[in-house]
Structures are given as structure tokens and as C-alpha cells.
Design a protein. Structure first.
Lengths: 333, 290
């Protein structure tokens, strides 16, 4: 009796869960369906669910109307390019933070002295900064700016614990993009970076860099250090150690990080919308152009949308764990 | 444990990342602060002048700012409420021993992976169109008048679209947290004859408290900068009914060419986000120490 009641309960729950799941998923399903309709069928009232004239014509029209392939290429180049460069910068950082974390901080007296030194440097930087605004036309101005900004930063790293550095990196992710929209836009305009893959790619990389470093750090931390020591004891050379021990251990983490970061770059819709117009415009931008309608366009909009989201939805299904890890900064396990 | 040499090497390896992040965040932020004290219009770039806190005064006295602040808070609060309560419900449901759990899970998570411009346009046209939209047809089938969402209920429409994107996120995080609940604890509760309601309030919710906090904080940070959904649907209108702070700043900077005013607005947005970020960093930091 109890078993049967349990089974019935399970059936009811299953039905309810499927209904809720289908409801949430329905807009995506409906978009995919509409993409195979003719425009007239797409507007039909009552809506046609299955019995309509199935056609692939919209997928062809999408390309004619808006050069879909160019936008898709941009999306791919931007999200993968930004990721590869980001990983190259992030891997060494995450690696050293995971395996050689700096836990000891200087004594109070030294720290006070450091604070004073940093204060002096910062004041100098401020003076140089203000004069650099007049110098911004010359390379000297940049070099000076870079040095005065870089020095205190490098100094700051040298005196912090790893956890503090990591927390600071994460905090940069929480800055709203609009807070830096104006300077970035003006800088990009003045240096011809608007609507270039280089410019947008750099921004996408920077937006995701904190998450990339964070994800890599958490994965690297899970690698047991003893294995490295064992390999060394067995007389593995450094090259052998990297090829046969480190790479196989680190590769899954790096791949997972890359997956999440590609998803995030692909869907990024603030900088891509504001900084591109044609040459570097990715799919987010192409879809946004459908907001000014031209005649009947629902089936075409659906076709373009289906193509734009399909690869990422599929990638995302495989990376649910990484999504949780990356999006919550490891606060939920 | 680390020797002096590895310590130095470690710092050198971290340096490029820190330097880049610094250049990307702190330098533009410093420029925003600097611009916010100027009278600086792109239409008249020769008459740049220092005007102190005038931009802030203007911005804070501007009724459109207060309206945008209100809209931002309404948007964030409503989406949070819908996505957390709905997400919790969905997570509890999917966590049951149901048939095809994996597939239901996939369907539930999918909207979070859809790019914002796609979800906004699909909802606006295929669903919320007052004549041929699916909602209009549904309303008519029940004998109700069709709703012209973007004219009469623009904010509700935006909330629905954004909530559809973020409910899956809440569900995914809460489901992950649910699945780490101790099996023995569940069994013990069942043996003690805990009723579903007390089971929910005394075992599940306390267990999820931390995950819920994290979802609320992270969603708030992202929801404070909702932009694409508004751009492609209402463009902030009708009037200023759906203009939130990011959209107002965008209008100020790139449509009105007022660099000074937009920068002041940008800093207000940064301060808003930081109020939330401080709490989030505390939760994350605790986890890092452990």
C-alpha cells in the first residue's frame, strides 16, 4: 500500500515538474517552431502549433537580410579570442595563487611605512596624472601614466596576502559597466577602437577576467600537491612534470573555465551593443537590429534567434556545474 | 611554507592580471570621477570647465533621475521576488524523485543561456504583441480583452522578461544547494514524521539560507545594470516609464552628449552596486577562509 502511494505521489510530482519545465522552456520551443513557419503562419490567429507549412526559407533570408555569417563569425572570434588571451593571462596568476599563496603579511610597523610610501607615490601619481591629461597626445604621456599607475599597483601586490588580491579581483567584477561607459567610449572613439574586434575583444576579456581567474584558482586548488612532489621524487624533469603531471591534472579545470567564459562572452549585451555597429558587431547586435521592424518579420526573427542561441544553450547544458561555480564565486556548492 | 623565491615568482606571475584589471577598472573610474566635475558636452567640446559638484546637484534634482531610481528599484525588487520564490518552488519540485529529472532540469535552466536581446525581442513580438501575440490569443480564448503590454504595462512586461531569464539562475543555484542536503537528515526528518510544511521551514529553508543570500546578492548586482532588454523593447518609454539608471546614463551620454552629467550618474550607479557588493564580498570572503 505504502509503495503504491509513494509511486502515485511520484507520478503526480513528475507530471507537475514536467508541466512547469515545459512552461519555462516554452518560449524557446515556440521560437524554434516559429522559425520554420512562413511569415503568414507566424502571425496566424489562432496560432498554429504543428500543422503548418514547414519551411527552411527563413534561414536563407536571415543571411540575405543582415549578413548573419559575418555576425556569427564575430561572435565566435570575439568569445574564443577573448578567452584564449584571458586564459593566457589568468593561468599563471591562478596557478601561483593556488600553489604558492602568500599568507604572511608584514609587521605593523613596516606596513605603516609602506602605507606612507604608497601615499607619496599616489600623490606623485595624481600630479603626473593631471599633467598627463595635457600630454595625452604624445607617447611620453602614456609611458609616464603607465609608470605612475603601475608602480603603486605592483607595490600593492607585493604587500598583500593572496586572499586579499583575489578578493580585490572579484570586486572589480561588481562594478556596473555604466560607471565606466563614458571614459571607455571616449577613449575608444579617440583611438579608433570603436567597432573593432580588437577593442571589443579586449573589453570582453577584461569583463570576464576576474571570473576566469577565480574559476581557475578553485580548480587548481583541488589538485593535490603531493602528486607533484611524488613526481619530483621519482626524478621527473620539469618538462616531464609539466607534460605528464600538471597538464592532465589542470586541463579539465581549464576546459570548464573556458566553457563558462565563452557562454558569458557570447551573451554579453552591453559593450557589444554600445561599441559596435558593423565590422565587429556580434550576434547580440544583429538580433537587436530586429527591434525596428520591417514588415512581417517574426519568422525571420525566430530563425536568427534560434541560430544565435542554439550553440550556447547546448554548451550551457553541459556546463551546469561550472555555471554554479563561476556565477556564485564558489559560495554555493 | 613558500620560500622567498617562490613568493617573488608568485607575485610576478600575478602582476599582469592585477595590472590589467587595475587599468581597466580603476583608471576609467578615476576618469569618470574627473569628468563628473566638469561641464563637458560633446556638442561643444571647447567649453570644458570645472564646475565642482554641480553635475551631481543637477542629477539629483532632476525628476527623471528620481524616476529612474524608482524604476530601477521596482525592477530589481520585483524580479528578485519572482525569481527567488519561483526558483525555490522549481528547485524543490525538480529535487523530488521524478521521472526524467535530467530533462526537466535542462528545460528549466535553458532561459538563462539565451542572450538578452533574443529573449527580449521574442517576448515582445511572439508573446506580448497586442494583436497576433500568443498572450493576446490566450486572453481572447478566455473572453478577456487583449493587453497592450508595452503601452499600458511597460514595466510589468520588462519584469516578466527579465524574471524569465533570472528565475532559472535562482532555480539552478538553489537546486545545487538542495542536493548537498544530507540524506540522513532527510531520513531522520521523515522517521520523526515531520510534515511537509515543518520540513520546509525547519530543515530546507535553514539549509538554503546561505544559497538564497548569494542568489539575492548576485542577482541584485546584475539586475541593477539591466540594459539590453530595455533598449530593444521600450527604449525607456513610453515617456520615462521604463528608464532605469543604466538606461538614463546611456541616454545622457550618447544621445544628449552630456559627458559630465552622465559621469555623475555613472558614479551614483557605482555607489548603488557597491552597497550590495560589500555584503556579497563578505559572504564570498568567509567561504574563502574556510
Amino acid at each position: 500500500m505504502a509503495a503504491r502511494r509513494k509511486f502515485r505521489h511520484q507520478l503526480a510530482m513528475t507530471a507537475l515538474a514536467w508541466i512547469v519545465g515545459l512552461l519555462i522552456f516554452f518560449p524557446i520551443l515556440w521560437t524554434a517552431l516559429t522559425s520554420f513557419k512562413t511569415e503568414v503562419d507566424a502571425f496566424a490567429i489562432p496560432p498554429k502549433f504543428v500543422f503548418f507549412h514547414w519551411t527552411l526559407e527563413n534561414y536563407g533570408v536571415v543571411q540575405e537580410r543582415s549578413n548573419y555569417i559575418a555576425a556569427a563569425t564575430n561572435s565566435i572570434v570575439l568569445s574564443i579570442g577573448a578567452n584564449v588571451v584571458g586564459l593566457l593571462i589568468a593561468i599563471p596568476a591562478a596557478w601561483s595563487m593556488a600553489f604558492a599563496p602568500i599568507t604572511v603579511v608584514a609587521k605593523r610597523q613596516t606596513r605603516t611605512m609602506h602605507a606612507l610610501i604608497v601615499l607619496v607615490i599616489a600623490l606623485m601619481a595624481l600630479v603626473a596624472w593631471l599633467s598627463a591629461f595635457r600630454l595625452l597626445t604624445s607617447w611620453w604621456g602614456y609611458a609616464a601614466l603607465f609608470v605612475v599607475v603601475g608602480l603603486p599597483v605592483i607595490y600593492w601586490i607585493m604587500t598583500r596576502r593572496t586572499t586579499d588580491v583575489l578578493m580585490w579581483m572579484l570586486s572589480t567584477k561588481m562594478m556596473p559597466a555604466v560607471g565606466v561607459l563614458v571614459p571607455i567610449y571616449l577613449l575608444y572613439r579617440d583611438y579608433d577602437l570603436l567597432d573593432t574586434r580588437l577593442g571589443v575583444g579586449f573589453l570582453l576579456m577584461m569583463v570576464n577576467l576576474p571570473i576566469i581567474i577565480w574559476m581557475l584558482f578553485t580548480y587548481f586548488k583541488e589538485i593535490p600537491v603531493d602528486i607533484l612532489e611524488a613526481a619530483r621524487m621519482d626524478g621527473a624533469s620539469l618538462l616531464n612534470e609539466i607534460v605528464h603531471v600538471l597538464t592532465p591534472l589542470a586541463a579539465p579545470g581549464i576546459a570548464s573555465t573556458m566553457l563558462l567564459s565563452i557562454i558569458l562572452s557570447w551573451n554579453e549585451a552591453f559593450w557589444t551593443l554600445r561599441l559596435t555597429t558593423t565590422h565587429a558587431a556580434p550576434l547580440t547586435f544583429l538580433i537587436a537590429e530586429y527591434s525596428s521592424p520591417e514588415g512581417l518579420f517574426w519568422a525571420k526573427l525566430s530563425a536568427a534567434s534560434t541560430l544565435a542561441i542554439a550553440p550556447i544553450v547546448i554548451l550551457g547544458w553541459f556546463s551546469q556545474k561550472q555555471l554554479v561555480r563561476g556565477m556564485t564565486f564558489g559560495a554555493v556548492k | 611554507m613558500a620560500t622567498q623565491r617562490t613568493t617573488l615568482a608568485g607575485r610576478v606571475l600575478v602582476a599582469p592580471s592585477v595590472l590589467l584589471l587595475f587599468l581597466w577598472m580603476v583608471v576609467p573610474l578615476a576618469m569618470t570621477i574627473y569628468f563628473s566635475t566638469l561641464r563637458y558636452s560633446l556638442l561643444d567640446p571647447d567649453s570644458v570647465a570645472f564646475i565642482g559638484v554641480q553635475n551631481y546637484a543637477d542629477f539629483l534634482h532632476d525628476p527623471s533621475f528620481l524616476g529612474a531610481l524608482f524604476n530601477t528599484l521596482v525592477l530589481v525588487a520585483s524580479v528578485l521576488l519572482i525569481s527567488v520564490v519561483g526558483g525555490l518552488f522549481v528547485a524543490l519540485l525538480v529535487d523530488q524523485p521524478i521521472f526524467g529529472q535530467g530533462i526537466v532540469r535542462l528545460m528549466v535552466i535553458a532561459p538563462f543561456l539565451v542572450m538578452p536581446t533574443v529573449s527580449a525581442l521574442v517576448w515582445k513580438n511572439l508573446f506580448m504583441n497586442p494583436i497576433s501575440g500568443l498572450f493576446a490569443w490566450l486572453a481572447k480564448s478566455f473572453g478577456l480583452p487583449a493587453v497592450d503590454w508595452f503601452t499600458n504595462w511597460p514595466m510589468v512586461a520588462i519584469v516578466i522578461i527579465v524574471a524569465w531569464q533570472w528565475l532559472p539562475f535562482a532555480a539552478l543555484i538553489l537546486l545545487t544547494a538542495l542536493q548537498s542536503l544530507d540524506e540522513e537528515q532527510k531520513e531522520a526528518a521523515a522517521l520523526d514524521g515531520a510534515r511537509p510544511v515543518s520540513y520546509l521551514f525547519y530543515i530546507i529553508l535553514p539549509h538554503l539560507a546561505r544559497a538564497i543570500t548569494v542568489v539575492v546578492l548576485i542577482e541584485t548586482i546584475f539586475l541593477l545594470s539591466v540594459y539590453a532588454e530595455i533598449l530593444v523593447t521600450t527604449k525607456g518609454g513610453p515617456g520615462t516609464a521604463t528608464t532605469n539608471i543604466p538606461f538614463l546614463i546611456y541616454k545622457q551620454a550618447l544621445l544628449n552628449f552630456d559627458v559630465g552629467g552622465a559621469s555623475a550618474g555613472g558614479l551614483v550607479a557605482v555607489i548603488l552596486a557597491n552597497i550590495v557588493a560589500i555584503f556579497l564580498m563578505r559572504v564570498v570572503g568567509k567561504n574563502l577562509e574556510a
